[in-house]
Design a protein around this ligand. Sequence first.
Ligand code: ADP
Length: 469
Amino acid sequence: MRVQGAIWETRSDWFNSVGREQRIKEYITLANQLIWQRQASFFAAAILAAVYFNPISTFAFYIVVALTELLDQSLGRHSKAWDGKDPVVGRHILKRIALNTTVSALAISVFIVNIAVQQESGGHFTPLFFLFSASLFAVMYNSQMVGILMLRLSIYSVAFLSIAFLDVLRFSPPLNSDIWLEFFTIIFVLYFIIDISAKFYVRYQERLDQMKLIKEENKRTKAALEVKRQFLATVSHELRTPLTSIMGSLDLVNHGALGEVPEKLKPVIGIAAKNGRRLADLIDDLLDLQKIEAGEMEFHFEPINVNDLINEAVESIAGYADKLHIRVTTVPCLRDYLIKGDRTRLMQVMNNLLSNALKFSEEGGVVEVRAENLGARVRISVHDEGVGIPKDAKERVFGKFTQVDSSDVRKVGGTGLGLNISKQIIQRHDATIDYVSELGVGSTFFIEFDRLRDSEDESPDIAPVAEVA
Ligand code: ADP
């Protein structure tokens, strides 16, 4: 009793070792996955043996082998419910694996030795080859659990040696005969099987260790990302508050609320206000990005009239367009089509597309905002005749903190975050954003939404051009 207890204590140590549930689960999953492959080879072997040897005993033993498969199937079902945590259930599964392995290895061995016994004399190529294949199959697919593999291989080894000794006992041949040669060859093959099973086991162990390392690395990366996220959120927040009061004070000075601003001071205050706005934009973008990535950005979806959306967006940017001497035209849909969206967030996207179109256009240029019905979809596009975007720059255009022209000669400012944020907002609308562009000719950025259905005709239409700014 004490000995049995000791065995299970050792088992229990093994059981508490890293990756034990994974080993058991992988073992059982693989055993169940390979059932047809295993059955096909057993069946082929049985047919072959039945043709050349006694078919009745061959099929009788084959049926026993096939029945042991049922044990594996029932174990597979049983272990599916195991969450990998309860060690009592785990130990029970382990015992059953050991039992199934013993029964199945014994059945296969008897099936094969029976063939060898029926052979008149030496050269037991067929049964030995069957046994070799079964051993190799076990080595390849059972290396997750070295104890179980060893159990199976020990039973096969007894079968190997029984076949090897069969003719030695039958014929008591001299040491220089073929029978002894065959005997020593079998010993060599046994050594080979044990050697490769050790190698397979070591490989499997290495794979487990690597997976453990990757998991730990993944955990550390996640923790570092969380620290970065919190740092960004705090810094952005702490910067936003004083900046708002600086900008407010500058506004008061600028509008003469504190008295006439001396001419000499005006440009300095202008520069301070401009840079303050840039900083505020950057902080807003950072806060948005952090919110979106943390899944904390709230969306309030409602039906939105696409024509209203483009008009509103163009109106809100009109002042900026005037300042740059750029004309903005709109081409609305003939009918008022609806999409489902968050008005504030879509205005943010439109604002980003429009301000990009304006800032990358030359003075005197034209920007066109168009709404189109494409049947089940609605497209809003913002077209400019500006600098254009080189080919293969899509990743940079929609990337984080990336700009196509990041050189020192860059004329226009920006954070390189706008389109990344826009893309994430658009994706939350189950919509798409993309562009076509030609360097030196211009760009068209477009967003496409599913259209909300209504009872009227759905044919595509385009309205005449209306000039807005
Ligand atoms: P930024 O704040 O730099 O404008 P965005 O994410 O909005 O950041 O845009 C990323 C980059 O894509 C821009 O820096 C610019 O190089 C390119 N880009 C965006 N829109 C246009 C456009 N209409 N014409 C030319 N280049 C554009």
